[in-house]
Design a protein around this ligand. Structure first.
Ligand SMILES: Cc1ncc(COP(=O)(O)O)c(C=O)c1O
Length: 395
């Protein structure tokens, strides 16, 4: 029987919500020719420290290969709660901690559990592009609120936009800009949030990759956010565990069951043995994390040195994360990204990261210094040529 073409076109199509996501998403599906040096990745090339890998092997040898409790291993939830309580001087209970497949799944659980279609969600621009995508997937509307020119929070702009909003997403340290928000600006933001009665989604996955002792303040420390903060965390960055897929959500008690319900429906319990590895991560001797931080800082300095003399290019010194946010001289960011790939190096186009991203590149320093230096050499050639072209165009 010949297929009914009109039926096929009606049934074999992505959902309308997915079409909406596809239309608006700024995240490209990427593929690279062989030999390209990747300065675009959020995955560190450092090995997950040995005690973490040992804990995993041991867990498998002990037969931890079965479904675990749906909200996570109780010992891990307890450990996270007491670590957060000690670090923030606030009381976080294990019953508020939901173990998820990384921070992305934590954000998905929180956003899908709380947003209604049509809700407006404020996102500070430039932003990590999964935020607007997840908001759309929840049927809500992302509203990009520009950062100030110095890439800190424009509290007045948030105040103005908050009038018609339901929620706000805050990523601190900020990816892709590498800025760490000051305690005072977060306190001012918290007052706005309280008076506009907003829900807040926090992403603090880079809270331990902070350089030069730039002071980091967790959103958990702000009393105005009590009862309205859903905080996503990850083992991916701090412990170089991106491939293990583990993170967590801290939710207010009143919303926890809703978030756990979404997580259970979408994902089910997460890998049992990996949760043992995560406990080993939380118990690592501090010097191992210090060593990793020093390595990232050396890589950051390599990026700053390489770009320092390039005409038409400027870079805000990253205070955190392993991304540098770089202003470039080309007319379009995606054009320079294409040019860079032709020269054997890939970077991220600023336009992926929001309305204010055009004119910028995000350069990852998550790879070893040797390859980083080669990639930067290639990129500097591309940036210098782009500057030449733009200077000639200006006459
Ligand atoms: C700001 C930010 N949040 C979340 C994530 C994703 O974290 P996870 O691997 O835990 O899903 C990333 C990864 O690049 C990130 O940069």
């Amino acid at each position: 029987v010949a297929p009914n073409p009109s039926l096929a076109s009606y049934t074999a199509r992505p959902s309308r919500r997915n079409q909406d996501l596809e239309r608006h998403s700024r995240r490209p599906f990427r593929g690279y020719p062989a030999g390209v040096i990747r300065l675009d990745s959020g995955d560190s090339d450092l090995e997950s420290p040995q005690p973490i890998r040992d804990a995993m092997t041991e867990a498998l040898d002990q037969g931890l290969t079965h479904y675990g409790p749906p909200m996570g291993d109780p010992d891990l939830r307890e450990m996270i709660a007491s670590t957060l309580s000690a670090g923030t001087a606030r009381s976080v209970g294990a019953e508020q901690v939901l173990i998820t497949h990384g921070a992305c799944a934590a954000l998905a659980a929180g956003l899908l559990a709380t947003l209604d279609p049509g809700d407006r969600v404020l996102i500070l621009d430039p932003c990590y592009p999964i935020f607007p995508d997840l908001v759309r997937l929840a049927g809500a509307e992302p509203v990009l609120v520009p950062h100030r020119p110095d890439l800190h929070i424009d509290v007045d702009a948030v105040t103005a936009a908050a009038v018609s909003a339901r929620a706000l997403i805050v990523c601190n340290p900020c990816s892709p800009t590498g800025i760490v928000y000051a305690r005072e600006e977060l306190e001012a933001l918290a007052l706005v949030v309280e008076s506009a009665d907003l829900l807040v989604f926090g992403d603090e996955v880079y809270d331990r990759i902070v350089f030069d002792n730039a002071g980091f303040t967790s959103l958990l420390e702000l009393p105005q956010l009590e009862g309205r903060l859903l905080l996503a965390q990850s083992f991916s960055k701090t412990y170089a565990m991106a491939g293990w897929r583990i993170g967590y959500l801290v939710a207010p008690r009143s919303l926890f069951r809703a978030c756990a319900g979404v997580h259970r429906t979408l994902n089910g319990p997460i890998n049992t043995a990996v949760q043992r590895a995560a406990m080993a991560a939380l118990s690592l001797p501090p010097h191992l994390l210090q060593d990793m931080l020093h390595e990232y800082q050396a890589r950051r300095d390599l990026v700053l040195d390489a770009l320092a003399g390039v005409p038409g290019t400027s870079c805000v010194k990253p205070e955190a994360t392993f991304f540098a946010w770089v202003r470039h001289p080309a007319a379009r960011s995606d054009a320079i990204v294409g040019e860079a790939i032709q020269h054997g190096v890939s970077v991220r186009s600023g336009s992926e990261f929001g309305l204010l991203g055009e004119g910028h590149l995000a350069i990852s320093f998550s790879i070893d210094r040797h390859r980083l230096a080669i990639g930067l050499d290639r990129l500097v050639q591309v940036l210098s040529a782009a500057n030449q072209v733009s200077a000639e165009a200006l006459g």
